[in-house]
Design a protein around this ligand. Structure first.
Ligand SMILES: [Zn+2]
Ligand SMILES: [Zn+2]
Length: 300
């Protein structure tokens, strides 16, 4: 198993400290759950280097959403990408089972600029995510302005916009893994027949050569299921899209969260291999069994 989607800091923490000790603790926690390698994948929007890429990007959207987005960026984009990459690289060089990654957002029409920025760093793996449509952060459950949009928008149109963003992100070739591939369901709004969107998402991954992430993070959200849904997972598998596994933890306590439940999801879908990355090149790894220490104790 892998935990290929990890953040070092919770969202409410703006200015952050980097330490090798914290990364070592993540590795220890992961290992206890039978996870053999982790990827550090902090959000690109945590870093000042992302600011020029978004300049003016949300200017045409609804005023309230724009203000909310501006606040979000002001809070998050305060850290130095160079320092983050240096620390993650140091952890790897110290022999920890870590790869250096980043969670990259979709920036409409600007993925070339993103790719150009990131090409200057020694990343092992880049996650591609869609967290917003224009200035609407549809997954920000803690933001009342964003959440007020769901009941007044057409669910089908939201899923269309999400799929379109994923298609552009995938076609750009800027990233390696589609993170939480059906995140658009996070708040619990799902079309009656989601199959056509599942087909589009699966096709986007397959045609771009991206892997898809199987994540336990959805189980603690209103959608209350893993990403991706079983129907979408089956479509990825049918198109031979490779998988990673992930917790999307934002702190030590959730590292490798519900790895056993993810194992079970993969087993029932007939998936017995995952894909790991170094230097943005994939290699196949087995879905390792749960370590004996994490299994319930049997009779002695
Ligand atoms: Zn994400
Ligand atoms: Zn994340």
């Amino acid at each position: 198993m892998l935990d290929y989607h990890l953040h070092l800091w919770p969202h409410d923490q703006a200015d952050v400290a980097l330490s090798l000790e914290q990364i070592a603790q993540y590795c220890e926690s992961a290992e206890a759950a039978g996870v053999v390698e982790i990827a550090l994948t902090e959000h690109l929007f945590r870093f000042v280097q992302a600011e020029p890429i978004v300049a003016g990007l949300f200017d045409d959207d609804d005023a309230e959403l724009r203000v909310s987005m501006r606040r979000y960026w002001d809070h998050h984009a305060r850290n130095d990408l160079d320092a983050y990459v240096e620390m993650a690289t140091a952890a790897k060089e110290a022999g920890l089972p870590v790869v250096v990654g980043l969670e990259v957002d979709h920036y409409r029409g600007r993925m070339d600029a993103v790719a150009e920025l990131l090409a200057g760093y020694p990343f092992d793996v880049l996650l591609g995510s869609v967290h917003w449509v224009d200035a609407w952060r549809f997954d920000d459950l803690s933001d009342p302005v964003s959440m007020a949009e769901w009941p007044v928008r057409r669910v089908d149109a939201c899923w269309d916009a999400y799929a379109e963003a994923i298609e552009e992100l995938a076609a750009s070739g800027a990233c390696d893994v589609l993170a939480h591939p059906d995140l658009v369901k996070v708040a619990g709004y799902v079309p009656e027949h989601p199959e056509e969107w599942w087909d589009r998402l699966a096709e986007a991954a397959a045609s771009s050569g991206m892997a898809a992430e199987v994540s336990s993070a959805g189980w603690k959200k209103p959608c209350n299921e893993q990403y991706p849904s079983r129907g979408l997972l089956a479509r990825f598998a049918a198109r031979a899209v490779p998988f990673t596994t992930a917790s999307d933890a934002h702190g030590l306590e959730r590292v490798a969260d519900r790895a056993d439940d993810l194992r079970e999801v993969l087993r029932t879908a007939g998936v017995d291999r995952l894909v790991a990355f170094s230097d943005r090149r994939p290699r196949t790894v087995p879905v390792s069994p749960a370590p004996a220490s994490s299994l319930p104790e049997g009779p002695h």
